[in-house]
Structures are given as structure tokens and as C-alpha cells.
Design a protein around this ligand. Structure first.
Ligand code: NAI
Length: 330
């Protein structure tokens, strides 16, 4: 099939080229948007990523020019109007779980870095400063951690937390039996957030979870708690979290995703002025650590993403069952 692949970095092109099962693929470094949608005209398939936009207008236009199938190189699909695609008869497939451990391990990396301040120690030591002032952390052993969303990534994260000897509380509309048997205690969202030392978000971004962490919920969390978000930026109300950081209500914040990330992430702005007051403010706080949506970026995950993406295209092309299709009642 003729496949237009959007938002590619060099590593995407390398992994997708290596695992291509014989399709005619064209890479576009730009993301898919109303401004760039003409690039996709004439392609039967488009392959997109987290910050590509596939709304009603783009879908209508691309349907006219022969679009037959959409494959996402990710698990989350909040950026795609799947309902409209379904109405147009265009299946949307995703990579539901490429390597949950990759994201779960990144969440733990954020926690360990913020807690033991290794990013600061690295810079200090390079400048010959061996002072330990202001580097003190806490033991994770016996600490209470709230896990919001216990799907593939949340479960992998709980397994890591168990290794650290943490007390795990979780919230998910569909509690997981295996986790319960391993000692994870489920409660309501409020119960789960209330007395946690660390809160980590692993649920999808939906209408229900938009601004899940807002001013009201921040008002009852334990003062000084650490918040980690490797899910989607929209799970946190950015204005509310900045206010909570200023008052010390939030003791540390680790983000791999950001509400307005599509304007910046995956691009190099090192020679520019960041035109986003909230992002600039967050970057300036000493207790905030931001990574640019790299949770998925491991060798294992990229291999799996490339393989499943081509399996999805092949299944459509060969008229087989579309096992990774996102099902929405049109
Ligand atoms: P999953 O679909 O396996 O699990 C999601 C879980 O969230 C399910 O158990 C579901 O019941 C639960 N959930 C749904 N609504 C909820 C709510 N209101 N409150 C609490 N839990 C709720 O998804 P997976 O693979 O674990 O991924 C989770 C999210 O992580 C994805 O939707 C995506 O947004 C994000 N992600 C981030 C990556 C990164 O590189 N930072 C990479 C991959 C995924």
C-alpha cells in the first residue's frame, strides 16, 4: 500500500524502514494538521503519532483523495476523531501495548531523579561542587504511591513499585485481580489521591479524565506530594498545578507530557524563545522535571511499534481481522 508517515524523527524512519513488509512508504517530518493535510492526498494509508491531528475536516478531505486506513504508532488516540473515521468506513488501528515497561520505567526514572536530585548532582560535580546541601531525598521503601489507571503501563509500574517496597493504592474503574492479589489496594479516586506521597497518572485522556488533576482535587492531596504524569498532558490542569507548586502543595512535579506539547515536543527550540508562558514557568521551577514525551523511546518499544504497525497495515491489505482496530459505536 502507499503509506504516508507523519511526524517522523530519524529513529522512526530507521525502525519503520527496517521492519517494512513491502509497502511504499513516504516519510514526512512535519505533523499532520489542516495546514499539512494536502501532503497525505493520494495515499491509501496514513501512519500517525501522538501529536498529529486527525479531525473531521482532515478525514473528509483525505477520504475524498482515497484514504482507506489509519494506523497509529501509539496506544493513545485522543488526537483522532475515531467516531467520524468509523462513519466514513475508515478503520483506525493502534499499537495497544508495545512495551508498557518502557513508560513505567520512565515514570520511575522521573521519580528517582526528582527524589534524589541526580540531575542536580551531575551538574554540581562537573563544576567541582561536592556539597550535599539541598540534595536530600526520601526512602521510597514503605512510602504510599497512588497509581491512577492500572492498564498495561499502570500494572508494569505497580510491579516496579512492589520491588521498591512501596504501599500501592490504585484507582481504575476496572480493578485488576492480579494486582489486588499482589497487595495493591483499590479505592475511590479521592481515597487514592488523599494520603499518597507520590501520585502517578497512567490513564488515557478522555472527556472523563480531562483535567483529572484540577484545583479541587489538589486541595485534598497530601501537602508536598510528588506528581508524575507520563499519560497525556490534558490529565493535568496546568494553571492549577502551577498554583499548587507556588504554594508548595505539590512538592515535586515530573512530566513526560504537557497540555500544549504539540507546539513544542519532538522539535528543537534550543535557539528560540519558548512562546508559552506556562511551559517556561514550569521549566524554571527547581522541583519540576520535564522530558519531551520520551517514555516510549526504548529499542524494544520501537521494534514492537514498527512490527505491529506493519501487521496492522498487512491485516487491512489482506482482508484479515483487524485485531488492533479502535472500536467506537458510530
Ligand atoms: P491501557 O488502555 O492498557 O490502560 C488504561 C487504563 O486506564 C485502563 O485500565 C482503564 O480502565 C483505565 N482508566 C480509564 N478511565 C480511567 C479513569 N477515569 N480513571 C482511572 N483509570 C482509568 O493503556 P496503557 O497502555 O496502560 O497506557 C495508558 C496511557 O499512557 C495511554 O492512554 C497514553 O495516553 C499514555 N502513554 C504514554 C506514553 C509515553 O511515551 N509517555 C506511551 C504510551 C502510552
Amino acid at each position: 500500500m502507499k503509506v504516508a508517515v507523519f511526524s517522523t524523527s530519524n529513529y522512526d524512519e530507521a525502525f519503520l524502514s527496517k521492519h517494512n513488509t513491502g509497502h511504499e512508504i513516504k516519510f514526512f517530518k512535519v505533523s499532520l494538521s489542516e495546514e499539512t493535510m494536502t501532503l497525505a492526498e493520494g495515499f491509501e494509508a496514513i501512519c500517525i503519532f501522538v501529536n498529529d491531528v486527525l479531525n473531521q475536516k482532515i478525514l473528509d478531505k483525505l477520504k475524498e483523495s482515497g484514504l482507506k486506513v489509519v494506523v497509529l504508532r501509539c496506544a493513545g488516540f485522543n488526537n483522532v476523531d475515531v467516531r467520524h473515521a468509523t462513519q466514513l468506513g475508515i478503520p483506525v488501528m493502534r499499537v495497544p501495548a508495545y512495551s508498557p515497561e518502557a513508560v513505567a520505567e520512565h515514570a520511575m526514572a522521573l521519580i528517582l531523579t526528582l527524589n534524589r536530585k541526580t540531575h542536580k548532582a551531575y551538574n554540581r560535580v562537573r563544576e567541582g561542587n561536592f556539597s550535599l546541601e539541598r540534595l536530600m531525598g526520601i526512602n521510597l521503601n514503605q512510602r504510599k504511591v497512588a497509581v491512577i489507571g492500572t492498564g498495561h503501563i499502570g500494572q508494569a509500574f505497580c510491579r516496579i513499585l512492589n520491588g521498591f517496597g512501596c504501599h500501592i493504592k490504585a484507582y481504575d474503574p476496572f480493578p485488576n485481580k492480579e494486582l489486588q492479589n499482589s497487595g495493591v489496594k483499590y479505592g475511590t479516586l479521592k481515597e487514592t489521591l488523599k494520603d499518597a506521597d507520590i501520585i502517578s497518572l497512567h490513564c488515557p485522556l478522555t472527556a472523563d479524565t480531562q483535567h483529572l488533576i484540577n484545583a479541587e482535587r489538589l486541595s485534598y492531596i497530601k501537602p508536598g506530594a510528588m506528581l508524575i504524569n507520563t499519560g497525556r498532558g490534558g490529565l493535568i490542569d496546568t494553571s492549577a498545578i502551577i498554583a499548587a507548586l507556588k504554594t508548595g502543595l505539590i512538592g515535586a512535579l515530573g512530566l513526560d507530557v504537557y497540555e500544549q506539547e504539540s507546539d513544542f515536543f519532538f522539535q528543537d527550540f534550543s535557539e528560540s524563545i519558548i512562546q508559552d508562558e506556562q511551559l517556561s514557568q514550569l521549566i524554571s521551577f527547581p522541583n519540576v522535571l520535564i522530558t519531551g514525551h520520551q517514555g516510549f523511546l526504548t529499542h524494544e518499544a520501537m521494534t514492537e511499534i514498527a512490527n505491529v504497525t506493519f501487521n496492522n497495515i498487512d491485516a487491512f491489505n489482506d482482508g484479515l481481522a483487524l485485531l488492533n482496530r479502535i472500536e467506537i459505536n458510530a
